[in-house]
Design a protein around this ligand. Structure first.
Ligand code: DQQ
Length: 502
């Protein structure tokens, strides 16, 4: 057994060994959730990528299946890269993925199940006429990848978008097709944002203005907003924006140009990249998958024999209160792993104090906490530092000036490990705490992964931690208050989490 095995996950998806990156072609088909993923079967580092494959009944417990697609054709010899699945009107499933050719040109290829009646979809056929798309004039051979799930046009055709760039402008090209074999490039772009660089893994989907349910990717109309998400190759973060889609022009416009794709909101303010959503027709919800990379060294990954995990799948809905951001929340199935609830009610945490919660272990937890700042302090808020920012002012261990009109939500890794070869940055962002709301947080702790959600999913931070001592039953949970004067009252529910079966 490997000394570093404690870093492996209990309820986050990961392969048995070696390297994984982007989620691919997530879909619910014939009673099973399918997850494909970028996989390097030969080493715990990125290389010649194939499609790994696993299935689940509940998005939590997984069964590993054989590799779905290998690098066995000239048009994907250097890699079977990221792609998406579409369920056609007659229930047929098709996949479009990017192949890196024998000459490292990025092309799009079509694949489908060899036996559509096999619910496990073990064997895949690559269309003999591949590639179905090559880089169009004006687009570099290495800037044309990651086709989306297709959606219906008003004319009844299928439409996809593919990320690219022209000079430093990130763009998304649009194609229409009737059969997934021949495609027509639209004149205009879905969207473009100057200065943002290459857009990887573009995602495009509708969200309901009123409803709590998710929508099939083809749904459009007055009750709907559209999200564009792109993974910014330059800064390795997933940015999204809310806007309006004009189906006739194939063009999307952001509601707020100052919060455009790549310059505004992020899905997550920690480690979270190359994400992809799918519509789960089983539970009428839109579910988000994402790659969480390692933040230790490549040498450590080689020692461990594996690298990267998937985030816990999250449902996505519009934030009905703000109308200007989405809400992300772990799928409800994760709650089935909860066990041994401990309740802490109205714990007063005085300024400058630390309260140990004395749990049997803190390596597999679901923590739900609510914080209330002393009323008198809130009344004094106008006079104090309204611009405190944990990420800029020394992290959570720093005693800052009391109070802030804006609420910062942070993950401070600066004291998370004695190792000096791991990333210890402080991640953070502003999170709106609206009138009548308390500051609330949910934190999923799974060994080396910490996924945090503020204000019921208004803002999220995922981080990796590699402590040298606080591992397994030596890990503990504390409340602390580094304010100089105001006390905080905290209520916390903590569940130990069982391990999923993978
Ligand atoms: N990963 C894939 C590409 C994609 C990138 C290659 C994003 O298709 O653009 O492994 O992480």
């Amino acid at each position: 057994n490997n000394m570093l095995d404690w870093q492996r996950t209990a309820f986050h998806f990961q392969p048995k060994k070696n390297w994984m990156n982007d989620p691919n072609g997530p879909v619910f088909y014939n009673g099973w959730y399918h997850l494909f993923y970028q996989y390097h079967p030969d080493a715990p580092v990125w290389g010649k990528i194939v499609w790994g494959h696993a299935v689940s009944k509940d998005l939590i417990n997984w069964r590993h299946l054989p590799i779905a697609m290998e690098t066995d054709q000239w048009y994907d010899e250097q890699g079977v890269w990221t792609g998406s699945a579409t369920i056609l009107s007659d229930g047929q499933l098709v996949v479009l993925y990017t192949g890196s050719t024998n000459e490292s040109v990025q092309v799009q290829n079509l694949a489908y199940p060899a036996d559509p009646s096999d619910p496990l979809l073990i064997n895949w056929v690559k269309y003999p006429g591949n590639p179905v798309l090559v880089p169009p004039p004006g687009i570099d051979n290495k800037d044309f990848r990651d086709p989306t799930t297709a959606w219906k046009t008003p004319e009844g055709k299928w439409r996809i978008t593919i990320g690219s760039k022209i000079n430093k402008t990130g763009i998304s090209l649009v194609y229409d097709t009737e059969d997934f074999r021949t495609f027509e490039l639209l004149d205009g772009l879905l969207h473009a944002v100057p200065g943002t660089g290459m857009w990887e893994c573009v995602d495009f989907y509708p969200i309901s203005k009123q409803g709590e349910n998710g929508l099939d990717t083809s749904v459009d109309g007055p009750g709907v907003k559209h999200i564009v998400k792109a993974s910014m190759d330059d800064d390795r973060n997933d940015y999204y924006a809310i806007g309006t889609y004009d189906a006739y022009k194939g063009k999307w416009t952001p509601d707020n140009p100052t919060l455009d794709v790549g310059i505004g909101l992020r899905y997550d303010y920690g480690i979270y990249y190359a994400s992809k959503t799918f519509f789960d027709q089983n539970k009428q919800r839109r579910v988000l998958w994402s790659w969480i990379k390692e933040t230790d060294t490549e040498a450590s990954d080689i020692k461990k024999g594996w690298a990267s995990v998937m985030g816990v799948p999250r449902t996505i809905v519009l934030d009905k209160k703000t109308q200007s951001n989405i809400i992300q929340w772990p799928v409800e199935e994760i709650n089935r792993l909860r066990t041994n609830l401990t309740v802490f009610k109205d714990v007063v945490v005085e300024a400058g104090s630390l309260v140990p919660l004395n749990l049997p272990s803190a390596s597999q937890l679901d923590i739900v906490a609510e914080f209330e700042v002393d009323k008198k302090t809130v009344e004094r808020l106008n006079e104090v530092d309204a611009a405190y920012n944990c990420a800029k002012h020394g992290g959570a261990a720093q005693r800052g000036v009391d109070g802030n009109l804006k609420t910062f939500f942070c993950a401070d890794q600066s004291r998370s490990s004695n190792a000096n070869d791991v990333d210890k940055s402080i991640y953070g962002s502003i999170v709106p705490v609206l009138k009548g709301e308390k500051l609330s947080m949910r934190i999923l702790v799974d060994h080396s992964i910490v996924e945090s959600f503020a204000q019921e999913g208004r803002s999220c931070i995922t981080s990796r931690v590699y402590p040298t001592k606080a591992i397994n039953s030596n890990a503990q949970l504390f409340l602390f208050n580094n304010a100089t004067a105001s006390k905080v009252t905290v209520s916390v529910n903590v569940w130990q989490m069982n391990s999923a079966h993978v």
